[in-house]
Design a protein around this ligand. Structure first.
Ligand code: BG6
Length: 482
């Protein structure tokens, strides 16, 4: 594999994401030979670490993620890591960072290439972006920006942030991470849809009755109450992960598999995203909060959560497009903390056939993303009864036995950054549409809050508040997974 020469500048080098995901992912790329001799990583954060201490942390992170690794190789990998203690608002620190980057560029012959990675508290993103420009941190080769979520808090703040980063990074050099786009079965949605004539023929508004996306989590907010209470399920999961999945499910067939063609189709679809009215939001959206469980208090008494909090830990709702293969078809979604189990799945519910055999149920095609990767089909068949002809619902499930060998999403996404493939990253035009939708829902909820409308509640282990079962357009629609 051809090596990519570059200096990576990582803001948030002492953070949890870097430790759990980024260092192991970079190590995997190192083993693949994508980075080898001509790279260095500068980790920056507030803590006053030495290079040596940082390198030990990197070794530790790789070992924790991989179990058995060859000591000599990990140490050689970690020797490419340097640490720069950094206060994001201090100009001098950017100057020092720039000097270290040029020094390492010479040492490793990185050809002036730079990857900037923002993996820290989002309220610093804009400041860092401005300093990268003002203190001229860009290299003389390629410059790319990788940025974690959340990208803004609403459309207005996202626009402001985008302006700040676009002063140094044109859109085609920005890699907005959505880690769901690195997941095996999310990456499988397009091949599944566009390489099977069986599937492609039914993927239209005449055959599909409704689509359901469920991203359920079994844990509460834990130690993340501070962040979460300012976000909520809609911003934390719907604005990004759920919308990206829905976009892949509803977009038209791209002309080819280039990143440009795929993003063009996504944007074409999103231009037809129906922004719900307040009346529709009241009817088709449900927000909820979890109550106390055996090992945690109710949400309002979690650490760093406001005791009168109106932040939702669960949301269910509906998305529709005016154009595209499934135009007007309701796409229902739900996501929440502290639900029945950790499960990410998509259910495509087909229209029922005329019942020649009596009790036929609707056919359902499901794409299971987590905890296993699988595709299943619930279809009708003859029940083996011996005599009378009776129907039963049969589940055919295809799951991959090789899932253990599937690389972590971050390995794929980082690899794409090194190879300049933006297919699996969020484009600004997509993000803008997602925010327009989310803002409309947030505004309606805000008005409800002001008029004293209370949230719905649910017990840990349930699939959200009971009211989430009533958001369907027609009485024969219901959640497939319960
Ligand atoms: C993150 C959210 O983006 O996704 C978390 O901020 C959530 O709140 C997580 O727990 C879920 O990701 P996964 O891959 O565990 O389903």
């Amino acid at each position: 594999m051809k090596e990519v020469s570059t200096i990576v500048i990582l803001f948030g080098g002492s953070g949890d994401l870097a430790h759990r995901k980024l260092y192991p992912a970079l190590y995997s790329l190192y083993q693949q030979g994508l980075i080898k001799n001509h790279f260095a990583v500068i980790g920056t954060a507030r803590r006053p670490w030495s290079h040596e201490y940082f390198q030990n942390q990197v070794v530790k992170a790789v070992k924790e993620a991989n179990g058995n690794v060859e000591e000599k190789e990990v140490k050689e990998f970690a020797s490419h890591f340097y640490y720069q203690s950094h206060d994001v608002i201090d100009v001098e620190h950017y100057i020092a960072l720039k000097e270290l980057a040029s020094e390492l560029d010479k040492k490793y012959q990185a050809q002036g290439n730079r990857i900037f990675y923002m993996a820290m508290a989002p309220h610093f993103f804009e400041t860092i972006a401005s300093h990268i420009k003002d203190q001229q941190l860009l290299g003389s080769g390629f410059n790319r920006l990788v940025i974690e979520k959340p990208f803004g808090h609403d459309l207005a703040t996202a626009e402001k942030l985008n302006q700040a980063i676009s002063a140094s990074f044109p859109e085609d050099t920005v890699y907005r991470i959505d880690h769901y786009l690195g997941k095996e079965m999310v990456q499988n949605i397009m091949p599944f849809r566009f390489s099977n004539s069986l599937i492609e023929k039914i993927w239209n508004k005449n055959s599909i009755n409704n689509i359901q996306v469920t991203l359920a989590e079994s844990l509460g907010v834990g130690t993340r109450g501070g962040y979460y209470d300012g976000a909520g399920a809609l911003r934390d999961m719907v604005q990004n992960h759920i919308f990206q999945i829905i976009t892949l499910l509803a977009m038209g067939r791209p002309s080819d598999l280039t990143s440009e063609a795929i993003h063009q189709k996504k944007q074409e679809l999103l231009a037809s995203l129906v922004i719900p009215t307040p009346a529709e939001i009241k009817k088709s959206f449900v927000r909820g909060q979890y109550l106390a469980g055996s090992n945690h208090p109710d949400y309002r008494h979690e650490d760093q959560v406001d005791e009168n909090s109106m932040t939702e830990t669960f949301v269910a709702g509906k998305v529709q497009f005016a154009a595209g293969p499934v135009a007007q078809i309701p796409i229902y979604f739900r996501t929440g903390k502290d639900m029945k189990e950790k499960l990410s799945r998509i259910d495509i519910v087909l229209n029922k056939e005329q019942p020649l055999y009596g009790e036929a149920k609707e056919d359902v095609i499901s794409i299971i993303i987590d905890p296993v990767a699988a595709i299943s089909m619930m279809i009708n068949g003859k029940k083996i009864t011996g005599s009378a002809l009776r129907l039963e619902n049969i589940n055919y499930e295809f799951s991959s036995k090789e899932m253990d060998e599937v690389p972590d999403g971050y390995v794929r996404l980082l690899r794409d950054v090194f190879l300049a493939d933006r297919t699996n990253f969020t484009h600004w035009q997509e993000l803008k549409q997602y925010w327009r939708f989310v803002d409309a829902v947030e505004e309606t909820w805000q008005t409800e809050n002001e008029s004293g409308v209370e949230m719905d509640f649910y017990h840990p282990g349930e699939m959200g508040p009971k009211k989430a079962d009533d958001i369907f357009e027609s009485s024969d629609q219901h959640w497939i997974f319960n």
